[in-house]
Design a protein around this ligand. Structure first.
Ligand code: AMP
Ligand code: MG
Length: 298
């Protein structure tokens, strides 16, 4: 525990962790009082739970899953938050020509099954899931804040973007409680507010070793090195290559620094699919972001 004097006030460091959206979600804050830190972090975790209820593809009764059932062939109005995330995801899908695609849910389900059974889907099953994926099959109406799906059985999946968005919202909640010096991590996605009072930035340990710093921004890492299933000598990662319908098979790590979590998270997933040779256009579109990709030479 470190104590730092600031403007006559002693700020102390408080750290908590809970599981949200299926991952460990540590929050570190500096506050004058423990009660303030506890109350603020509780509210931040509650906010993330609300977003999880809106955006999870695991929860049968999430707003996202109700939408998948209700919006086939007809417009369905959705909450402001869900619409915004779907809109950002859809825009990135257009910008990456479908490398990032929030409609890959049916393929993600097949990947999860492959992880369970140790077998790849047969060609017909894969083909059927591919026919139910594709961002062009999801229509958004900005004016009505509504969504329409073109094909029965489509599964939307915001796994590549929602954690970053949740990190942004957690920081907003903490600010409402007077806490600006905060850091939150959800799996590979990290967002930071102001730095600790005695440092210019937060120090972040990197999974591959070494460390970096972060303040008032976000850092996301995606790739094929963490979650994968090994079948017939090949490794299929949990990120789907929409060109094959299967998990990425090459060894790749993408890291993005951006102003906010939703941008860093979604661009990191997109960059992992695009690979080193495919990120230039993305970098031109998102000038404020810093996109890096490490790839095993093939
Ligand atoms: P991340 O860890 O942020 O890179 O997100 C990976 C998650 O995004 C996966 O577990 C899926 O839920 C989802 N996903 C998989 N493939 C794609 C894709 N090509 N585009 C968008 N989301 C994807
Ligand atoms: Mg992501």
């Amino acid at each position: 525990m470190s104590f730092v004097r600031m403007k006559g006030e002693t700020l102390r460091r408080f750290a908590y962790t809970q599981i949200r959206m299926g991952v460990d979600t540590p929050i570190v804050v500096y506050a004058a009082q423990e009660a303030q830190a506890v109350e603020a972090c509780r509210a931040a975790y509650t906010r993330i739970s609300e977003l999880e209820q809106q955006m999870s593809d695991y929860r049968v009764d999430s707003e996202l899953n109700l939408l998948c059932r209700d919006a086939v062939g007809r417009w369905r109005r959705v909450s402001r938050e869900l619409f915004y995330v779907l809109w950002r995801a859809h825009r990135l899908a257009q910008q990456t020509d479908g490398a990032f695609d929030p409609t890959v849910g049916a393929l993600v389900r097949l990947w999860r099954e492959a992880r369970r059974t140790g077998q790849l889907p047969d060609p017909q099953t894969l083909q059927a899931a591919r026919a139910r994926s594709g961002y062009r099959l999801m229509e958004l109406c900005l004016r009505r804040r509504a969504v329409r799906l073109k094909v029965e059985g489509m599964q939307l999946d915001l796994g590549g973007i929602a954690k970053g968005y949740a990190c942004d919202h957690a920081l907003r909640v903490l600010r409402r409680y007077g806490i600006t010096r905060a850091l939150i991590q959800m799996g590979g996605d990290i967002a930071a507010g102001d730095p600790p009072p005695d440092a210019p930035a937060w120090r972040i340990a990197l999974a591959e070793g070494g460390e970096t710093t972060l303040a008032r921004g976000a850092l996301s890492t995606s790739g094929s090195t963490e979650q994968f299933v090994e079948i017939g000598g090949a490794r299929y990662a949990h990120i789907i290559d929409p060109r094959t319908g299967l998990g990425l098979t090459r060894l790749i790590l993408a890291r993005v620094r951006a102003r906010d979590g939703i941008t860093a998270d979604s661009l990191a997933t997109a960059a992992a699919v695009l690979g080193k040779s495919g990120i230039q256009r993305l970098q031109r579109l998102y000038k404020g972001a810093q996109i890096e990709v490490w790839e095993q030479a093939s």
